[in-house]
Design a protein around this ligand. Structure first.
Ligand code: NAD
Length: 283
C-alpha cells in the first residue's frame, strides 16, 4: 500500500517564521516595528504555557511582544478597560485575548471590544463577516495556517469536495469560509450531522476539528484524500493524539498531517504573520 505524503507543519512554520522575520525587519526600518499585545486573565496553566510560547516566538521573529496579565478575580469591565487602552495605543498592531477567560468575564463582549483593525485572531464579527462575504479579511490563525499547508503541498482546492468536521468560531466556521473562497465545494459537519462517516468518505479534502481522539479511521477516508487533523487530545498516558487515527488512515490518504507537528506549529506562525499584516496596514 502506498503511504500518504506526511504534511510537515513544523517545516512550513519555519518558512513562515523566516518570512515574518524579514517583514518585521522591514517594518522596523520604516519606523513601524510590529507590536503584539496579549491579554492573559487568570491562572489557567495551559494558557500560561501557550502565552509563553507566543512571547518567545514573537521575540525570535523580531516582533515586540507584551503580555498584560489580570488576576482571576478581574471583572468584565476591567478586561474591557485594558482592551480599550490597547486599542488606543499606536504602538500596538495586534491584540490577542487568550481564551478561555475566567467564567465571570463575558468573552463575547471582550472579543467584540478588540478593534477590528487590531484583531490579530480574526475573531471580531466584523472580520468574520468579511471572511464569510468572500472579502479581504484577517482570518483566524489555525484555518489560515491550514490553507498555507495546503498551498505548500500543491493542493489545489478549486472544484474539490471539502468536508469540515466541527463548526467552532475559531476553527470550523472560518475554515469552511476559506475553503469556499478558494473555490472548494464545502460541507460543514457538526455534532448533529447525520451520516457523518458518509460525508467524510466523499471528501477530497477532509478537515477534522472536533476534539475526539482518533475518531476518524481508515473507513472514513476516500482513497487519495487530503486529510488535515486539527485535534489535540491528551491520552491517559500523557501523549498527544489527534482526531484522526494516523496509523490506519496513512495507507489510504494521499496527504495527511501528523499530531504533533502538523497544524499546531502553523497556528503560532500565522499569529506572527497576521501581526505583520496588521502593522503593514498601519492598523
Ligand atoms: P470546539 O469544542 O469549540 O468545537 C468542536 C466542534 O466539533 C463543534 O462544532 C461540535 O459541533 C463538533 N463535534 C463535537 N462532537 C462531534 C461529533 N461526535 N461528531 C461531529 N462533530 C462533533 O473545539 P475547537 O476549538 O474547534 O477545537 C477542536 C479541536 O481542535 C480540539 O481538539 C482543539 O484542541 C483543537 N485545536 C487545535 C488547534 C491547533 O493549533 N492545532 C487550534 C484550535 C483547536
Amino acid at each position: 500500500m502506498p503511504e500518504a505524503v506526511r504534511m510537515d507543519g513544523k517545516e512550513v512554520a519555519r518558512r513562515v517564521r523566516a518570512e515574518v522575520a524579514d517583514r518585521a525587519q522591514a517594518l522596523s526600518q520604516a519606523g513601524a516595528a510590529p507590536g503584539l499585545s496579549v491579554v492573559l486573565v487568570g491562572d489557567d496553566p495551559a494558557s500560561h504555557v501557550y502565552v509563553g510560547r507566543k512571547e518567545k516566538a514573537a521575540l525570535k521573529a523580531g516582533i515586540r511582544g507584551a503580555t498584560h496579565r489580570l488576576p482571576e478575580s478581574a471583572t468584565t469591565e476591567e478586561v474591557l478597560a485594558l482592551v480599550q487602552s490597547l486599542n488606543d495605543d499606536p504602538a500596538v498592531h495586534g491584540i490577542l485575548v487568550q481564551l478561555p477567560l475566567p467564567r465571570a468575564v463575558d468573552t463575547d463582549l471582550v472579543l467584540d471590544a478588540v478593534h477590528p483593525s487590531k484583531d490579530v485572531d480574526g475573531f471580531h464579527p466584523a472580520n468574520a463577516g468579511l471572511l464569510a462575504s468572500g472579502l479581504d479579511a484577517i482570518a483566524p490563525c489555525t484555518p489560515s495556517g491550514i490553507m498555507r499547508i495546503l498551498e505548500e503541498y500543491g493542493v489545489d482546492c478549486n472544484g474539490k469536495d471539502a468536508v469540515v468536521i466541527g463548526r467552532s468560531r475559531i476553527v470550523g466556521r472560518p475554515m469552511a469560509a476559506l475553503l469556499t473562497n478558494a473555490n472548494a465545494t464545502v460541507t460543514l459537519c457538526h455534532s448533529r450531522t447525520h451520516d457523518l462517516q458518509g460525508h467524510a468518505r466523499r471528501a477530497d479534502i477532509l478537515i477534522v476539528a472536533v476534539g475526539r481522539p482518533e475518531m476518524v479511521t481508515a473507513d472514513w477516508v476516500k482513497p487519495g484524500a487530503v486529510v488535515i487533523d486539527v485535534g489535540i487530545n491528551r491520552t491517559d498516558e500523557g501523549t498527544l493524539v489527534g482526531d484522526v487515527d494516523y496509523a490506519s488512515v496513512e495507507p489510504i490518504a494521499g496527504h495527511l498531517t501528523p499530531v504533533p507537528g502538523g497544524v499546531g506549529p502553523m497556528t503560532i506562525a500565522t499569529l506572527l504573520s497576521n501581526t505583520c499584516l496588521l502593522a503593514e496596514r498601519g492598523g
